[in-house]
Design a protein around this ligand. Structure first.
Ligand SMILES: [Zn+2]
Length: 552
């Protein structure tokens, strides 16, 4: 399957022209985390384009829909229909940003998973924006229809849980106190790793601890090994806010509206870590969560047949070096945090892609990528080298320790959640193959669904695919859940990404029971180590020549 990249066809010059033009407006909207209502104010000027389109029902290809991927013209396609939601952008209760991310795309399952509480109502509300139907195949594979309404039935049970407990699915405070604590520990370990303790001296003398005050004011109080330990702690607490508040914020799962999601997401990911929410949104929300483990659609797994350092799916070609991937990959994972910051520029900005996903710029690239990264480089590197008692050799050694710790912490937590032998890697079929299989044998595939010629189809429904392609581990262990940001409840997270992660331990038994009743495989490992060993097993197996799992 070739992945088309409509946006990447834009020339560098036109990208620059476009971004320059919107810069002034974006500088204003960028201050949104200080002025929450500026979003509503600025969006009230969004041009209403809906009236400029004829109301007659027309049909559009995905390539035509893909051109309408901005705030000036925002189209989406769901269940074979095309909607112009430009006018609705400023009024969308889930915020403008997630709609702009979806602009120009097929987003049926994204829509369902964020409207699980009000699916019927939201679908009927959407109908007023319908402008036509989708003709031809979709850009990425379609999931088989959920003919038994499994997602609706499960959502009903989850709604019942929240009704009975009177809890708020998008609770704010559990995430806020954790992020404050995590950033405080992170910044403290950062200054300790830089051997900068003199700031604490007046504090200790005021409290009467004269020896501690004298220790802190000495020129180089900590030995280098202690600085290294502080750098490791900083590496962990650099990414802990990403696993908690940022992850929930990117899924609209923390706080009641877009102000909180933008503020907490950008504070933790962009300003604190020097990353880019634009990249994360495309990779994670648009790519990974919609197409989990689908080869050539999920940006988290290799998306080329050749030339990737990892061989994770059987459709990738094999070279000898993969025999050793179980040894070299767990080490190379250390570069993850560094890699994503570079790919913000090389992939998101220059190539305008996130793996197989096209990038929609819902915000200014210049601000997001350069001003934010510039400020991070300034406080993280320039200031310490200029003013703190540390040599540049030691600084860079500690910098690498921190970055490698962050990379390993993130990757080891991410990889065990989907890349395991028992996790489903859907075998994408063509619509014609689906029809043939439905006709020749007893199959769960739907013969009644007529797919467009060339349509790629994931043979299981989105809900079943989400469950079977994820791995849960070590339930009911609050410390594990804290250290991995509830990624040990991956199945629950993929089914209900818009729910705060702090509810997942309570939701897991409901989901598990539902899977049992409906004969859906629920992948579970008792400990993190067991889950990690399964991941290594996948690396060993896929490193073997010609090896490909039969994922059933
Ligand atoms: Zn997620």
């Amino acid at each position: 399957m070739r992945v088309s990249k409509v946006s990447s066809s834009l020339s560098f010059r036109s990208v620059f022209k476009k971004t320059s033009k919107v810069l002034a407006a974006d500088v204003f909207s960028h201050t949104l985390f200080l002025f929450p209502f500026s979003s509503a104010a600025s969006s009230s000027s969004t041009k209403s384009h809906i009236s400029s389109f004829p109301k007659e029902i027309k049909s559009y290809t995905w390539q035509e829909v893909a051109k309408h991927n901005t705030a000036d013209s925002c189209w989406v396609s769901l269940k074979g229909k095309v909607y112009d939601v430009t006018e609705f952008l400023p009024r969308h209760p889930g915020g403008k940003e997630i709609l702009l991310l979806s602009a120009g795309r097929e987003c049926t399952d994204l829509f369902n998973s964020y409207h699980w509480r009000t699916l019927e109502k939201s679908t009927s509300y959407l109908s007023q924006f319908e402008i036509g139907t989708l003709s031809g195949p979709t850009e990425h594979p379609l999931f088989a229809p959920d003919t038994q309404d499994l997602y609706g039935k499960l959502s009903k049970r989850i709604k019942q849980y929240f009704y009975e407990t009177k809890k708020e699915p998008k609770q704010l405070w559990p995430g806020v106190w954790r992020v404050v604590l995590q950033i405080a520990i992170g910044l403290l370990s950062f200054v300790l790793s830089m051997n900068y303790l003199s700031w604490a001296s007046p504090l200790f003398s005021r409290l009467g601890f004269s020896q501690a005050a004298a220790f802190c004011s000495s020129p180089s109080p900590l030995p280098f090994w202690a600085q290294c330990i502080a750098a490791v702690v900083y590496g962990i607490f650099q990414v802990m806010p990403l696993l908690h508040a940022m992850h929930d914020a990117s899924h609209t799962a923390i706080g009641p509206n877009e102000f909180y999601w933008k503020f907490l997401g950008r504070l933790t990911h962009d300003w604190y870590v020097g990353g880019s929410m634009i990249s994360w949104h495309h990779q994670h929300i648009i790519g990974h969560h919609q197409y989990t483990n689908v080869f050539l659609a999920d940006p988290d797994i290799p998306y080329r047949v050749d030339g990737d350092l990892r061989r994770i799916v059987g459709d990738q070609s094999w070279v000898g070096v993969y025999k050793w991937q179980w040894l070299y990959l767990p080490v190379l994972y250390a570069f993850l945090a560094l890699k994503v910051r570079v790919s913000d520029i090389t992939d998101t900005w220059l190539a305008r892609t996130s793996g197989p996903m096209r990038v929609n710029f819902y915000d200014s690239v210049l601000i997001r990528i350069f001003a934010v990264k510039g400020s991070w480089i300034f406080w993280r590197t320039v200031l310490p080298l200029m003013y703190l008692p540390i040599t540049w050799q030691k600084y860079w050694a500690l910098w690498l320790i921190t970055e490698f710790t962050s990379g390993l912490w993130l990757a080891w937590n991410f990889e065990v959640s989907h890349l395991a032998p028992e996790a489903l890697f859907p075998d994408v079929m063509t619509g014609e193959e689906v029809a043939a299989e439905s006709a020749t044998k007893k199959s769960s595939l739907q013969a009644s669904v007529k797919y467009a010629p060339g349509q790629k189809v994931v043979p299981k429904s989105w809900v079943v695919t989400q469950i079977e392609s994820s791995v849960d581990y070590c339930h009911d262990a609050p410390l594990t859940t804290w250290w991995c940001g509830a990624l040990n409840y991956q199945i629950e997270h993929h089914l209900f990404p818009g729910i705060s992660q702090y509810h997942y331990p309570a939701l897991a038994p409901i989901v598990k029971e539902f899977c049992k009743e409906n004969n859906i495989r629920y992948n579970y490992e008792p400990t993190f180590v067991a889950a990690w060993l399964k991941h290594v097993k996948l690396l060993v197996d896929m490193g073997e020549k010609g090896f490909a799992y039969k994922w059933e």
